[in-house]
Ligand binder design. Structure first.
Ligand SMILES: *[C@@H]1O[C@H](CO)[C@@H](O)[C@H](O)[C@H]1NC(C)=O
Ligand SMILES: *[C@@H]1O[C@H](CO)[C@@H](O)[C@H](O)[C@H]1NC(C)=O
Ligand SMILES: *[C@@H]1O[C@H](CO)[C@@H](O)[C@H](O)[C@H]1NC(C)=O
Length: 454
């Protein structure tokens, strides 16, 4: 539709689009059958999204410390670094220095990131059982030694995965109110932000130092209500490994495998994975130490030598977009002295409206009317037992150390012990857990139904 139009005359373009679509709708409803006529743009959705865009523009102006947003249309915008920003990051692949401007589809971004709030991001047995290719194909990709082979022998694959495979989701959407995600430059912030970070309901620490080539750990520390030594959960971000299994048997902590990875991209963008994980269980996600601090123009400060695959400008722009979409809150030394004021970040209500508008628009453009229910993207359905039942992870291969682990506290936690918001969500979702089929696909979900508690 209006996507792909170049910048310039922005306001005029939007208003022309609005007028045109009013006329189109009027003509269409009188002459054509509504389902076979040309795609009609909805003026109401465009109005809501345009309003959201101006709010975003203002938010970037207030919080970006130099970054500016330039609206192209109701869905697209460009984030620009100020002139004079030193782009010292040379991309070997494209033979260019990092660009100083980035185009984003805000509608897609809202759909993607709001979806994470309802998602299960930890791999479970019910997920593998529900996917038609779950064990044979998908599980095989999550085990390092098998390489490209499939799980011709499911027993063998189960042996690899049992240790880290809970029967049902160990964590739930809306389980925590506030979570902190601490990036790999987090240590620098310890003295300044330590207490603030510890005041969260859960802390996700992104450990980018590879444990081995493939597996990367992410730790969740939960401040409440467990004791310190036992309150750490490990999440492996890419694939399980035989050596890794041996290590897991020696520790008491629960260990799980992150589900929503994009398989071909491997361990890249691990900061994003932590945010996805956090969003799948927390209302508010505060990020610390992510080398995306606003206001810097000298990017070489962050890394001693330019490493391949680092795109600090691109990262910085994207994180700023996420903040102004209401997905994360960026905390940085540059902002420490500023008042913690989030009034320019969109409210829950505003995000919900924009999400609905973006969804309606997308459906109309695809020629699909109606069907906006919460299960509209469920491509595959599965069934599982009631909440809190089923074997706990590792129960078929329990070392003495793991027998005293607390992981079953998550996996068999009574429904009644969940936070009220999480229980409400569960009931509203009719006991259905949503999983991604593939990490970067918006539309294909695996949906597993659990019986509701009577
Ligand atoms: C940009 O960075 C490069 C590499 O660090 C440096 O040689 C150059 O002088 C810088 N340019 C400006 C304008 O700061
Ligand atoms: C499958 O793997 C298990 C465990 O390694 C082994 O005991 C069993 O014999 C294998 N089954 C077949 C049919 O190869
Ligand atoms: C997310 O869950 C809420 C219920 O808590 C539901 O109303 C909403 O439609 C869901 N959204 C998506 C994108 O699944």
């Amino acid at each position: 539709m209006t996507r792909g139009r170049k910048a310039g005359g922005v306001v005029r373009l939007v208003s022309v689009a609005v007028v045109l679509s009013i006329i189109l709708v009027a003509i269409q409803s009188s002459f054509f059958h509504p389902t076979t006529g040309p795609v009609n743009l909805s003026t109401e959705e465009i109005r809501i999204l345009s309003h959201f865009q101006s709010n975003l523009e203002q938010c970037v102006a207030n919080r970006g410390l130099g970054l500016t947003a330039h609206i192209i249309d109701h869905c697209n915008l460009i984030l620009k670094f100020p002139q004079g920003t030193n782009s010292t990051w040379y991309n070997e692949q494209f033979k260019i220095f990092e660009p100083l401007e980035y185009k984003y589809d805000v509608c897609e971004a809202i759909l993607l990131w709001e979806q994470y709030r309802n998602m299960t991001t930890v791999l479970t047995r019910e997920y593998l059982d529900s996917r038609p290719d779950g064990w044979f194909d998908y599980a095989a990709k999550r085990i390092a030694q098998l390489g490209a082979d499939k799980c011709y022998n499911q027993t063998l694959c189960e042996e690899h995965l049992n240790l880290i495979l809970p029967a049902k989701p160990p964590f739930h959407p809306r389980q925590f109110r506030r979570c902190a995600v601490v990036g790999n430059s987090g240590d620098l912030l310890k003295t300044q932000f330590g207490e603030e970070i510890d005041n969260h309901d859960a802390v996700i620490r992104d450990n980018e130092a590879p444990v081995n080539e493939e597996a990367i750990l992410m730790k969740i520390f939960v401040a409440f209500p467990f004791l310190l030594a036992d309150n750490e959960v490990l999440i492996i971000k890419s694939v399980i490994h035989r050596d890794f299994n041996a290590m897991i048997k020696k520790i008491r902590n629960p260990v799980y495998l992150f589900q929503g990875i994009v398989l071909r991209r491997g361990a890249k963008g691990t900061g994003m994975k932590s945010i996805e994980l956090a969003l799948s269980m927390c209302d508010i996600v505060d990020i610390y130490g992510f080398t995306v601090d606003p206001g810097y123009t000298e990017w070489t400060r962050y890394f001693s030598t330019p490493r391949k695959g680092h795109n600090p400008l691109q990262g910085r722009a994207y994180y700023q977009l996420l903040e102004c979409l209401g997905v994360i809150r960026i905390h940085s030394p540059m902002r420490a002295k500023r008042k913690q004021d989030w009034s320019d970040v969109p409210s829950r209500e505003m995000i919900n409206n924009a999400h609905r508008a973006a969804l309606l628009l997308k459906k109309k453009q695809a020629g699909q009317e109606g069907g906006l229910g919460q299960f509209v993207n469920c491509k595959v359905w599965g069934k599982s037992g009631p909440y809190g039942t089923g074997p706990v992870s590792g129960s078929t291969d329990m070392t003495d150390t793991r027998k005293y682990s607390n992981y079953n506290r998550w996996e068999v936690m009574p429904f009644e012990s969940l936070r009220e918001e999480a229980r409400k969500h569960y009931i509203q979702m009719e006991g259905v857990s949503l999983y991604k089929m593939d990490g970067n696909k918006l539309d294909d979900l695996v949906c597993v139904k659990h019986p509701l508690k009577s």
